[in-house]
Design a protein around this ligand. Sequence first.
Ligand code: CUK
Ligand code: CUA
Length: 667
Amino acid sequence: MLPGNRKVVHAAISILAVVLLLGLSACQTGAAGPSTAAPAAGLSASAADVAKARNLTPDDVTAALKTYVPGGKYDDYYMFASGGQSGQVFVIGLPSMRLLKTIAVFTPESWQGYGQGEEDTMKILDEGKFKSNPILWGDTHHPALSETNGQYDGQYLFINDKANGRIAVIDLRDFRTKQIVKNPVMINNHGGAFVTPNTDYIIDPSQYAVPLDFQYAPISEYKEKYRGLITYWKFDRRKGRIDTAQSFAIEVPPYWQDLCDAGKLASDGWAFCGSFNSEMATGGIEEGKPSFESGSAQRDMDYLHVMNWKKAEEVVKAGKAQTINGMRVIRLSTAVSEGILYLAPEPKSPHGSDVTPKGDYVVVGGKLDPHVTIFSFKKMQDAIAKQSFDRDSFGVPVFKFNEVMEAQVELGLGPLHTVFDDQGYAYTSLFLDSGVVKWSLGAPYRTEGGWKRVEHIPTQYNLGHLTAVEGDTVQPGGKFVVALNKWSVDRFLTVGPLHPQNLQLIDITGSKMQVLYDAPAGVGEPHYAQIIKAERLKPWKVYPEAGWNARAQAKDPNATMPGQEKVERRGKTVEIWMRAMRSNFNPERITVKKGDHVIWHITNIERTEDATHGFALPGYNINMSIDPGETVTVEFDVTESGVFTYYCTEFCSALHLEMAGYFMVEP
Ligand code: CUK
Ligand code: CUA
């Protein structure tokens, strides 16, 4: 559609909205019956009747008009939301809030055939194992889109697994996971993934301090032996992979490091990570000692970690890091002596650490403080120049709070995370007060009224993160905020004691914020999400050529085109090259012996959009999805004899049920 036409349509919609609203208000005041509500050109005369019959208020109708995306029309934005304990990523369209896809990341997913036998996906999951323990789930928290010059570029998505200290790489050409890296030194993480402005690094801080390298030390040696670790995973954009050999980490004190954000523009080359157990509480509630909950909330201040990662990169290149289990680690003493690590006191169990669009300030929430605290990057630099510090008990320089703090804004109870719009406003989630607070940024963002609370809108309920359109980039997009709520008491039909999470879409364009839509997520707890303009992505509709290997993003050496189908036996190994198309596999009969080893390649030669085939082999825990153009491989030992029927699991044509074959295993 031409932009001009689009404007006309928008204007028409606004007129419709106004007409509808007028009609509705009239109905509600009883001035006019529904049947006399003025019909607008092209609008069914019964629309007002529908609204009345369904008990919709004028606000409901406006919200519906703002979010409804007719079938066949596309959403304007993609939202990538963490899937929490599901270990996956949700792809949601905005403004409709329709769930478009769940990307399988840390957890096997059978529709996509992820981790259900298909070799490459098994290898990806296997990369994420801890020593010899396979790990088949994750606790995803923070998705991070790749950036170029501080703006989302729509190429890659990264996400952390808090539970097991891992980061995954997703390629946004095919929305599939390509790599999982397990931190070789640290068992958990939390504050990742956050990318530097050109995606040189993915920042990944640990959460709960432990001895590095999975060593054992009694908790009585907490201060001496336990540590935090902030890892900088090097991303090789050309290969689309994290390069573990070029990555490094910084050892930090055993405060429980929390969320990070990368500096940008003014603060490019720096990173900021909060923490919340600077008390170094070690728990022991069972022995009558203070619990972690109370022990870690004793001091008035915890520490924002301020790191010069460009300097750290140089120090590593100069060979001053120590390699631990393959990871180059800058030891704490080196980080201090080289001027890599500083701390800024931050009030009361902080959470969130969000850099403003120009990179000049860092906003920190306080779970037990009604304020957000805004730190000035320039003031930090001044303090470093003047060497104006205190020291913590590890000798790390600690800025004087009043010398680096720019402002504090009282917002309400439990401020957590902050995102930004294009008008110089910030939006902060309030966990305890269950709402979003809009507040204004000071100069240079807004010339008048700076650093002031503007407006509060309630959400249902217990809001964790919130996200805004490109709201953590150098150029936020405005328009929408999404509140990612933890609880949804009484919002939806009851589905047992485990309620859905509630994602609420909020319009921020008007003079007052308006909740437009509740989108329950019944598959895991989204923590953070990012919203990107749809036009920034260039995803494939089918793989570039038939015989494509999705992991390598290249032609598969075992691609099997018509006429190339075959079965070969080499000793006890049987290798099959199979072709799939509507509506048959070739070959359709395969005979092996119990005790054989099978290597089975299947190529979907279809070039038609969405002509996906599945492949299920019962009894062997195998299900694959073979997307249009894709070649997949499965390998297994033939442990049971009998007659097995393989079939296509995707209803691909009228004769899809006939897309089947026999796998005969002789005793
Ligand atoms: S944390 Cu979940 S609400 Cu993991 Cu970002 Cu704050
Ligand atoms: Cu192919 Cu069903």
